[in-house]
Write a protein that binds this ligand. Sequence first.
Ligand code: SF4
Ligand code: SF4
Length: 188
Amino acid sequence: MRQKLEFLSRQVSNIYEELDSIHDALGVSCNGCRQCCNTAAYNIEATLLEFLPLALHLVESGQFDSWFAKAQMAMPNDNCVLFVDESIKIEGGCSFHRYRPLVCRLFSASYVRRKNNVETLSCRFLKAELSKRIDRLIDAQTFFERLYDIDPYLAVRRRDINTAFREALEYVGMKLLLNTPPSLPFAS
Ligand code: SF4
Ligand code: SF4
């Protein structure tokens, strides 16, 4: 089972590395204000699969239990549980910036199609700059579809980011730590 999870995680991480390269090449300067993360979790939707690399990292680094406890307390109307206070100087204001989910990587690097319009997926500070480079942005939908192609079951349901994180930890916990038979992670 661990090999299967690692295989899935590697495929997700490959997409993340690809996005990092695209983002770096854009050369857009984010001011680091953290406003995009400083919002209720229900404003940021993610899937369980997007958090699989982080969930495995937490197991491997011995941080699983403490983060599982935090995830269980985090509600949809709270901030993202990974968001850290401005006083803590940490990259992007994210506890695990390197492992952040797809939705956070697409922000300010992609566009979405709405009816006949193409709009940048970005904050108000970067919208104008990104709109000038829209031909170099990526179609967010194609990356959601690529995630779905990796594992439709784990990528089909979009949840507020706190719930998605908690479900990823529950899923990995069930599979690796409790040695229980597979169970639907989002049956409720
Ligand atoms: S992406 Fe925008 S809102 Fe988020 S930290 Fe950068 S400038 Fe601020
Ligand atoms: S996972 Fe990290 S980058 Fe994404 S919303 Fe939470 S704190 Fe921000």
